[in-house]
Ligand binder design. Structure first.
Ligand code: NCD
Ligand code: ZN
Length: 350
């Protein structure tokens, strides 16, 4: 008989968008329900670029959590061309943020203030290397002449490989990898290089966006790629290699903003994220590898303690609703389409 129950050390989410205001209040509970900690992305409008705004944002996240929640948000600094390395170091030393996020300018949602030239921010990178602060990278080139499906592979070749060569001590997480090229590069790279993998890139390939019509709920950045890449990512995630760990990239946008003439990129997978990963590991006969991927490799890379608590998953059908109506603090519902809408998942949190 297959395993019916699975108890894991409590996992963390090493890449999530919690947003701000009403959306933050609506979605924070979904992440806190399963994860003990999360690396919270700084691409707010305006982005988190100062210690002061990071501390204020952390307070707003805490206020948005359900009563009694012990969830700990780990904040990140948003790199710009003009960011001051001293401010980054000051925030790191006092625990206001734990990593820096590099968005190439115009790569994705709220990245207009991002970095236009990685070489030009060498003083910041040198600071990160010296103080041991991880650099989290959205790894896509942005030039219009590079096909959208090639942007990750080209980024690795043009920018990531030279960056690692220039800064051998720099800790780097290549975020939300989507290609076999990225998986291979990380696997064969130095021990200072790791990657996060999302549930959606393990479940869907690019055909999902066009199945029976245009499907905005499967549109995210980096965009899902061919099936061979999805298979490579499943191999990486379930391999037991500590360079690959959990990061959902849950990126909520209201249904009205997704189903629009120019729909936003982002998949809201937070409500059933651990269940979504469990379905993959089960299918790959790798449930014994789930705990390390979800709960051990991330904290080890960041140099943080493992969580003491546990969660239990049980093999019970979980029907994912077509839509969620999540309330903000004023009781007004935000309508969102969750990842796996209308599907039944094989595992659920007990
Ligand atoms: C993210 C968002 O909406 O903030 N969107 C996405 O498709 N993943 C930004 C990002 O991580 O690229
Ligand atoms: Zn993201």
């Amino acid at each position: 008989m297959p395993t019916q129950q699975l108890t894991l050390r409590q996992p963390d989410d090493w890449h999530v968008h919690l947003r701000d205001g009403a959306m933050l209040q609506a979605v924070a509970g979904a992440t806190a329900r399963q994860f003990a900690r999360a690396i919270v992305m700084p691409n707010l409008s305006p982005p988190i670029t100062t210690v002061e705004t990071a501390l204020q944002y952390r307070q707003r996240i805490r206020e948005a959590l359900p009563d009694g929640s012990r969830f700990e948000p780990l904040l990140t600094a948003y790199l710009t061309d003009a960011i001051d390395p001293a401010e980054i170091e000051r925030g790191f030393r006092q625990g206001a943020w734990v990593a820096c996020k590099l968005y190439p300018a115009h790569a994705t949602t709220n990245s207009a203030a991002g970095v236009t030239s990685i070489e030009a921010i060498t003083p910041v990178i040198t600071t990160l290397e010296r103080i041991g602060m991880p650099l989290l990278i959205h790894g896509e080139v942005t030039s219009a002449d590079i096909d959208i499906f090639d942007r990750e592979a080209v980024f690795i070749e043009r920018h990531l490989a030279p960056l690692l060569a220039r800064h051998p001590g720099l800790k780097v997480v290549l975020e939300h990898i989507t290609t076999s090229d990225a998986a291979d590069f990380v696997r064969s790279g130095p021990a200072t290089l790791a990657a996060t993998i999302t549930p959606h890139h393990l479940h869907i390939n690019r055909n999902a966006m066009f199945a029976g019509g245009l499907r905005p709920d499967f549109y995210c950045l980096p965009v899902a790629k061919r099936e061979l890449h999805r298979i490579a990512l499943r191999g990486a995630a379930t391999s037991g290699n500590p360079k690959f760990f959990l990061g959902t990239d849950s990126a909520p946008h209201a249904r009205s903003a997704k189903e629009a003439a120019c729909g936003c990129a982002g998949i809201f997978n937070a409500p059933f994220a651990i269940e979504s990963y469990a379905a993959v590991f089960d299918r790959e006969n790798a449930l014994d590898k789930l705990e390390a991927f979800a709960s051990k490799f991330g904290p080890r890379f960041y140099g943080l303690p493992l969580n003491a608590g546990t969660i239990t998953l049980e093999r019970q059908p979980l029907e994912v609703p077509d839509r969620l109506h999540l309330n903000d603090a004023a009781g007004t519902a935000v309508e969102l389409v969750p990842f796996h809408a209308g599907e039944t998942l094989p595992w659920r949190l007990a």
